[in-house]
Design a protein around this ligand. Structure first.
Ligand code: NDP
Length: 335
């Protein structure tokens, strides 16, 4: 079976030789382990961060070790002493970027695929969905009637953040995304009030046009010049959830702080960074709300799918360059 190995630390952008697809023998599961034939692999920005020596918020991969991210698959062998996970179960785990994974049974979550297909647990019902949910409701302290700005709005996290705001009674939801098609999707399917392609004008101008009365909440997936332009557009007592900084992920420079930061005091802004891993106690509430919204057809969700384990690295490059709408996934032959 094949798996990706990290060979070199990327220098800014990802290069061909930074990773390699290796052929490996996956042994039978030991005590407490299960062997999983993966059907879908998750492709995430933080995998790029984990390739760096000093990642921002997740442990880095040692050189020469496998690249890992979330995946779902079917359990094909169960080691002694495993309880609660059975052959044939569809499970979610963190040993992706490979065809077959050996997983501690304690780290494998058996999925309910009666209502949604397994890969939904990697996206809208998974970590990116939860990130959007807690980032908006708990970190930004969203309140009904708020005007909400979302960057990276057509991505996995951003598209859910904007829609949770809509479903919870935002008075307007404004999105920034990278192509005219994404903007159309936000307006036509995801129910955003307004949206724009951030390539069309400098962010100050775009946000002045899109937010004539300012914003109460900014869900920030990108940082950089967009955050700098958003601060002056925030209303008094506005709240900014610092979720991601993808505009800087391909850069080797230390990111600069926003030059507009001084405005935060007079506006009495709250800016809070967060990591979804600190909010796992919200999973049940999130899954309950999200399942209801999906079943009622109230939440548009899309996946961008590429095929084959060999396409995973290219899919990550694509993700960082904006090739995806919604969740970026790799489908393996049995998926
Ligand atoms: P997305 O599905 O949003 O994919 C990444 C998107 O980023 C691309 O599609 C692209 O869309 C956009 N992008 C790339 N470069 C730039 C740029 N220079 N400026 C603006 N947008 C850019 O990924 P996720 O939904 O998985 O992640 C979104 C953000 O959330 C990331 O910053 C990630 O690190 C963060 N995150 C944070 C977590 C936390 O716990 N705090 C947990 C999970 C994710 P476009 O065409 O619009 O440019």
């Amino acid at each position: 079976s094949r798996q990706w190995t990290l060979l070199a630390r990327p220098q800014g952008h990802l290069r061909d030789g930074d990773v390699r697809l290796d052929e490996v023998q996956v042994p039978d599961p030991g005590p407490g382990e299960v062997r999983v034939r993966n059907t879908w692999l998750s492709v995430d920005p933080w995998t790029r961060s984990q390739m760096d020596e000093a990642p921002t918020y997740v442990p880095s991969f040692p050189l020469g070790s496998p690249v890992e991210a979330e995946a779902v698959g079917v359990v094909e062998a169960v080691g002694v002493g495993v309880e609660g996970v059975h052959e044939g179960d569809e499970v979610l785990h963190g040993k992706g970027w490979r065809e077959v994974s050996l997983v501690d049974a304690a780290d494998a979550r058996v999925l309910d695929t009666s209502v949604v297909p397994a890969q939904t647990w990697l996206g809208v019902l998974g970590t990116t969905g939860l990130t959007a949910y807690v980032g908006l409701l708990d970190v930004a302290g969203f309140r009904e009637g708020d005007v909400v700005l979302v960057s990276g709005a057509a991505g996995a996290v951003g598209s859910v953040a904007g829609q949770v705001a809509r479903l919870r009674g935002a008075s307007a939801v404004v999105g920034l995304a990278g192509t005219p098609e994404k903007v159309r999707w936000l307006l036509d399917d995801a129910g955003f009030t307004a949206a724009a392609d951030y390539h069309d004008a400098p962010p100050e101008q775009l946000l002045t046009d899109l937010l004539p009365g300012g914003a109460d909440v900014y869900f920030d997936n990108v940082a950089g010049p967009t955050l700098e332009a958003a601060i002056p557009r925030m209303r008094t007592h506005g709240r900014i959830a610092l979720c991601g900084a993808i505009s800087g992920y391909g850069s080797t420079d230390e990111p600069a702080g926003p030059s507009t930061f001084h405005l935060a005091r007079g506006k009495r802004l709250t800016m809070r960074g967060f990591l979804v891993g600190d909010h796992l106690d919200r999973t049940d509430a999130f899954v309950a709300d999200m399942t209801r919204w999906i079943a009622a057809g109230e939440l548009a969700h899309r996946e961008t799918v590429v095929d084959g384990v060999e396409a995973t690295y290219e899919a990550l490059r694509g993700l960082l360059a904006g090739a995806n709408t919604g969740k970026m996934l790799v489908r393996l032959p049995s998926g």
